[in-house]
Design a protein around this ligand. Structure first.
Ligand code: 5GP
Length: 194
């Protein structure tokens, strides 16, 4: 997606060969116009899947996931990273190691929010090693719901996350695919209709 690549190039910051900072439009400050465009793009790519729920992980997945859910006319569920005291009912859980925070969180979703008839689209801000995505998939599978695929805003294609998801049989749609972050510059995967 050209406008997303432009935002990454002009407003992102390469922190190291492995980490991109996008606090100006996605991870801290949020650009609503860009999120709206992202939501439209994910919705267009997955509309034929008859999605019934969009699911993400708090907090950075919520903005693009909400826009996608709004476009598809369905509800959004965000997995919590810490169990809330208001979560009195049973929950599905999975352990997720966070690449950026270097800690393991147990993510939870209330059992009451998902049923085996749901068709779920999973959205996340970044795909790196695939831990967050596989944790989300595990939580959904526990409910018996089916997974239509993953919508990823920024995929770091030089890390193994995409391959792990593809190997597990999932469809992966990434709006920006990064080939390298070498020399403090972002290089996108070429010949992609991203
Ligand atoms: P994974 O579980 O695929 O290794 O990493 C996915 C999660 O880690 C994302 O939800 C995102 O929060 C965070 N993450 C991974 N790589 C980056 C990065 O380069 N920049 C930022 N801002 N977050 C990242």
């Amino acid at each position: 997606m050209r406008s997303l690549e432009k935002a990454i190039t002009e407003r992102g910051l390469v922190l190291s060969e492995g980490v991109l900072k996008v606090d100006t439009f996605l991870n801290h400050q949020i650009d609503p116009a860009l999120m709206s465009e992202i939501g439209k793009e994910f919705a267009a790519r997955f509309r034929r899947e008859l999605i019934t729920k969009v699911v993400t992980i708090e907090s950075s997945g919520i903005a693009p996931a909400l826009m996608t859910a709004s476009e598809l006319g369905v509800e959004l569920i965000f997995a919590r990273k810490k169990k809330s005291i208001t979560m009195t009912d049973d929950v599905y859980t999975a352990d997720v190691y966070s690449f950026t925070k270097q800690e393991t969180n147990t993510i939870t979703i209330s059992k009451s929010l998902l049923t085996s008839t749901d068709r779920v689209l999973l959205i996340d801000d970044f795909l790196a090693n695939g831990q967050a995505a596989l944790g989300l998939a595990s939580v959904i599978k526990q409910s018996g719901a089916s997974i239509a695929g993953f919508g990823i805003v920024i995929e770091k294609s030089f890390q193994p996350g995409r391959q792990k998801l593809v190997d597990a049989g999932y469809r992966v749609e990434s709006l920006a695919r990064i080939e390298t972050l070498s020399h403090s510059e972002v290089e996108f995967v070429k010949n992609e209709m991203a």
